[in-house]
Design a protein around this ligand. Structure first.
Ligand code: NAP
Length: 487
């Protein structure tokens, strides 16, 4: 791995690991360039794993598997707890690294590190509470004993938008359950994953329990790992399109899959909402990570009586945000991850404008260096525009007017996705009644932020399969084993 000038001024060099991490050894190399999205300049170059490297990673995970599975839960828990503490101690360096390679504003990056570390603390606690079951059969013929065993070697694939949290949300429960893992981070943001592996090593994670690979050939490398009968779990976070491809590939070896996929969250504001609270929530739900979040509010449905005041308030708030590189402490809205991401946002906004929408602020990409798109509010957007169907993944808030509760529900459910939804109303009974009819895995009522390591995160419909976090998250990495017992 090589680092470039800009980089060394910011992050702690002791966190800079030296390439692929397999079986507790670092293997330096090159082939994958990491860019600063605020300039497009080169930040670093990391190793590009070959199929042989992937096979060695499976060998390493396999060699460590029996020992890790037999390690007492208390000991696994203490290692995770130390990892949490080290992440907390190194929070500022990790946040800077995230802001550099991902582009998000430092405040968001700091929030991510705290959230990411919490998964290690939560699963350090859950490791010691793995449930079992004892039941009497209705016939009285025998007893039913249910144990939970680690699923086996897990391949973990993560996206660039939360480079720390998406990794810890998988590594935490996998290690707590007794699985060994191979993490493949996104090629745009590998530095955070390697820095965290370095901290894991320091926390006492035994060699081979966590392996990290970066590759420019994710399909080939992943397929090779999934074809190995020792790999028993695939946990993926990313787009629905890639999720579908991976489900088909995993089917060939009948590998257990957890899928955290795309979203298209509706944000419903009823006439009786507290306007200021709804605007505060809207800014969090839309602008965390500059809109590059799977839970980001993608469609604002606002009831006619509050619509104009909401649009005016949102416009004022969005207009006031300071745009700049994520690592500048003044920045509130950083760059998008790539030029392609800016092009996609531009296409969706241009199509909406051509169909009759009006931009009350923003509306076209910035022309300076880097991959910037300004905070944008659109009103009068046709409900069938492509911006209402596709993930925007950027700082654009399309607002649609509605009249009745039934109309809001129909519009909210008019999507193939079902990850997150938000409702603002002072009438909790109404919010719960509407919420019950929204097809979603997660619902924020009078809250713009729902992510919490202690809660089950995940979606329905095309947004995924399974849940991460909460008390059930550990079971995604375990198989129940039933003992029929007569004595
Ligand atoms: P992506 O393109 O699907 O990539 C995600 C990961 O999959 C990356 O590590 C990528 O590697 C890898 N990948 C791509 N093609 C692959 C293949 N054929 N086989 C194996 N791995 C492959 O998604 P993204 O653009 O990074 O992330 C944004 C998406 O993630 C959005 O749709 C967002 O909603 C979703 N997301 C969902 C959640 C959730 O919890 N539900 C959370 C965060 C993000 P490369 O980087 O090398 O291409």
């Amino acid at each position: 791995m090589t680092f470039h000038a800009k980089f060394s001024g910011y992050a702690d060099p002791t966190l800079h690991a030296a390439g692929l991490y397999i079986g507790g050894k670092w293997q330096s190399g090159s082939g994958i360039t990491v860019l600063d999205p605020s300039t497009g300049n080169l930040l670093a170059e990391v190793s590009d794993a070959s199929i042989e490297d992937a096979q060695r990673a499976v060998d390493a995970a396999d060699a460590a598997a029996a020992g890790w599975r037999a390690t007492p839960a208390r000991q696994r828990s203490e290692i995770l707890r130390r990892w949490y503490q080290l992440m907390t101690q190194h929070a500022e360096e990790l946040a800077t690294l995230i802001a550099l390679e991902n582009g998000k504003a430092l405040a968001d990056a700091r929030g991510e590190v705290a959230y990411a570390a919490e998964f290690f603390r939560w699963y350090a606690e859950e490791a010691t509470r793995i449930p079992g079951e004892f039941r009497h059969t209705p016939s009285g013929s025998h007893n039913i004993l249910v144990d939970h065993e680690p699923t086996g070697i897990a391949v973990l694939i993560t996206p660039w938008n939360f480079p720390a949290a998406m990794a810890t949300r998988k590594i935490g429960p996998a290690l707590a359950a007794g699985c060994t893992v191979i993490l493949k981070p996104a090629s745009e943001t590998p530095l955070t994953a390697y820095a965290m592996a370095r901290l894991g090593e320091e926390a006492g994670v035994p060699p081979g329990v966590v392996n990290v690979l970066t590759t420019s050939n994710p399909g080939v490398i992943t397929n090779a790992m999934l074809a190995d009968p020792r790999v028993r779990k695939l946990s993926f976070t990313g787009s629905t399109g890639v999720g579908r491809v991976l489900l088909a590939e995993a089917a060939k070896s009948v590998v257990s899959c957890s899928m955290e996929l795309g979203g298209n969250a509706p944000f419903i504001v009823f006439d009786d909402a507290d306007l200021e609270a709804a605007l505060d929530g809207a800014m969090i739900a839309k602008m965390r990570n500059a809109g590059e979040a799977c839970t980001a509010a993608n469609r604002f449905y606002v009831q006619a009586g509050i619509h104009d005041a909401f649009v005016a308030g949102l416009t004022a708030r969005m207009k006031s945000l300071k745009i700049g590189p994520g690592y500048d402490p003044e920045t509130q809205c950083g760059p998008m991850i790539t030029q392609n991401a800016v092009r996609k946002i531009d296409r969706l906004v241009s199509e909406a404008l051509a169909a009759g929408a009006r931009a009350t602020t923003g509306g076209k990409p910035l022309t300076e260096n880097g991959y910037f798109y300004p905070p944008t509010v659109l009103e009068n957007v046709p409900v069938n525009a492509s911006i209402a169907r596709e993930e925007i993944f950027g700082p654009v808030a399309p607002v649609y007017k509605f009249e009745s509760d039934d109309e809001a529900i129909r519009l909210a459910n008019n999507t193939e996705y079902g990850l997150a939804a938000y409702i603002y109303s002072r009438d909790l009974k109404r919010a719960m009644k509407v919420g019950k009819r929204i097809e979603t895995g997660m619902l924020g009522i009078n809250r713009g932020l729902m992510s919490d390591p202690a809660a089950p995160f995940g979606g329905v419909k095309q947004s995924g399969i399974g849940r991460e976090g909460g008390v059930t998250g550990i079971l995604e990495f375990m198989e129940p084993k039933y003992y029929a017992v007569d004595y």
